[in-house]
Design a protein around this ligand. Structure first.
Ligand code: UD1
Ligand code: CA
Length: 467
């Protein structure tokens, strides 16, 4: 390799540990942060490094972890290697040796450290320069539990684990993050020489530092100050704390783009949120999957919005639940939705549509200006322009075996408490009287009533209680 050529990057992700303190059946690296498994965050970052390959070391819960990390990823070739039993971090990386090319730089990451940024790793890789051992380090006021960076003068001499450290070493505040970049060839040679003669009887990956020093290979520390990037998850509390730190960062990023949030501390994004200008988001909203908010969109308090497109000027009133899942949901310009509305997959609302409280819409298209303001269900329906759909009305779209469509043409008025039994078409401009059960299609401009005829008996005497 010539010095001008950048060596290829091969990532090793250690993910075999048990995570006892999570007290969960789910392996630790599959716990979710911002809706994404921890190990997936790590692989996403690895993808941004343009790594040639990634090897995930699995052990505890391997049957569950492997399908997640092996899910197709166009940006990164991932393979898994099992470590059984788990004899330490050095032993973990030893398992990857047979599948690691000799000519690359290996970046060692932990499956439970989700928020390291790609630019930080790029800087670490640059420090390695294809020749040196580069360690990502940080200073903590309370370094307990971590491996300490032992220096002589400026030069790094060793990493000493907490349990092996002398009293003096325990006062060192610079600690090893668990992340390193190292030429594969050197790493392989050092791994072959590891032993487990230490306080924990484990093969420590961190012992490669001493070997580098002994071999005259420079060891460089890339020291950062951002603790979030090296924070590991060991307990439900740490998971929740890192989730909050991450959400606050996401909120700040969106606010820097102009999004107005009532309270950035009460905001959750578990996916991708794309906002045009002058978007306003009230407190306690959750965004999942891919959500796009057009110019001037307002989202009221306590809404859950997932996989949907909300066009300019639309207002989503409080307590509305929207989830487009795979089909998506679209809300047209200037539409009003909620409070307490539910839009399900395939709901496509045109401009100025109004969907009011306790209205559920599924796999239905509503053309511009249509309104369903109260207590209604529209499923598998095609609703024309300016239709008014009365309170309590439903499309009976399911006959117990198959789903059928209801077509409500433009300018129709559906009264309250109607049942439209699909397949059925209500002709344009027609009116359906309240309380009707409509089983046959109706002509344009017709009034259709299908209910028991009212009878009134004059001066009727109510039965009296017997004495
Ligand atoms: C490790 C470092 C320590 C560093 C700290 C940062 C060593 C010896 N020590 O300590 O210097 O300050 O991380 O968080 O490396 N794992 C396996 N197989 C094993 C053991 C661990 O895959 O046999 C995985 C774990 O699942 C975890 C990672 O390696 O993802 C780190 O292991 P952990 O036991 O947490 O190491 P620490 O004792 O925290
Ligand atoms: Ca740890």
């Amino acid at each position: 390799m010539s010095t001008s050529e950048q060596p290829q990057i091969d990532v090793v992700v250690m993910a075999a540990g048990k995570g006892t303190r999570m007290k969960s059946r789910l392996p630790k690296v599959l716990q979710r942060l911002a809706g994404v498994p921890l190990v997936q965050h790590v692989l996403n970052t690895a993808s941004q490094l343009n790594a040639r390959s990634a090897v995930v070391i699995t052990g505890h819960g391997a049957e569950q972890v492997e399908p997640v990390v092996l899910a197709p990823n166009p940006a990164l070739a991932v393979q898994c290697v099992r470590q059984e039993p788990q004899l330490g971090t050095g032993h973990a990386v030893q398992q990857a040796v047979p599948v690691l090319p000799d000519d690359g730089v290996v970046v060692v990451l932990s499956g439970d450290v989700p928020l390291t940024q790609a630019d930080t790793l790029q800087a670490l890789i640059a420090q390695c320069g294809g020749q040196q051992l580069a360690l990502l380090t940080i200073e903590f006021a309370d370094p307990s539990g971590y491996g300490r960076i032992v220096r002589q003068g400026h030069a790094v001499q060793a990493i000493v684990e907490q349990k092996d450290a002398t009293e003096a070493q325990r006062h060192i505040q610079e600690v090893y993050s668990g992340i390193m970049a190292v030429p594969a060839k050197l790493l392989k040679a050092w791994l072959a020489r590891l032993d487990n003669k230490n306080a924990q009887g484990e093969y420590y990956l961190t012992d490669v530092v001493k070997m580098a020093v002994a071999d005259g290979v420079p060891v460089v520390a890339h020291k950062i100050t951002d603790a979030v990037q090296v924070a590991g998850i060991n307990s439900p509390l740490q998971l929740a704390e890192l989730e909050r730190a991450h959400q606050l960062r996401q909120a700040h990023r969106l606010m820097a783009q102009g999004v107005r949030m009532k309270d950035p501390a009460r905001f959750d994004l578990r996916g991708q949120l794309i906002c045009a200008e002058d978007v306003e988001i009230d407190v306690n909203c959750i965004f999942e999957g891919r959500v796009a908010l057009g110019e001037g969109v307002k989202v009221g308090a306590h809404c859950v919005l997932a996989n949907c497109d909300i066009a300019a000027g639309a207002v989503i009133h409080p307590f509305t639940h929207i989830d487009g899942e795979k089909l998506g949901v679209s809300v047209g310009e200037g539409a009003l939705v909620g409070p307490f509305a539910r839009l399900r997959p395939g709901a496509k609302l045109g401009a100025e549509v109004h969907i009011g409280n306790f209205v559920e819409v599924k796999n239905s298209t509503l053309a511009a200006g249509a309104k369903a303001n109260h207590l209604a269900y529209l499923g598998d329906a095609t609703v024309g322009e300016r239709v008014n759909y009365g309170a309590g009305s439903i499309t009976a779209n399911y006959d117990g075996a198959n789903k059928h469509r209801t077509v409500i043409e433009a300018d129709v008025h559906i009264g309250s408490n109607c049942v439209l039994v699909a397949p059925v078409t209500i002709g344009a401009g027609g009116t359906v009287g309240g309380g009707s059960t409509i089983t046959k299609s109706t002509e344009p401009d017709a009034l259709s009533v299908a209910r028991g005829k009212q009878i009134s008996i004059a001066n009727w005497a109510r039965p009296q209680k017997k004495k």
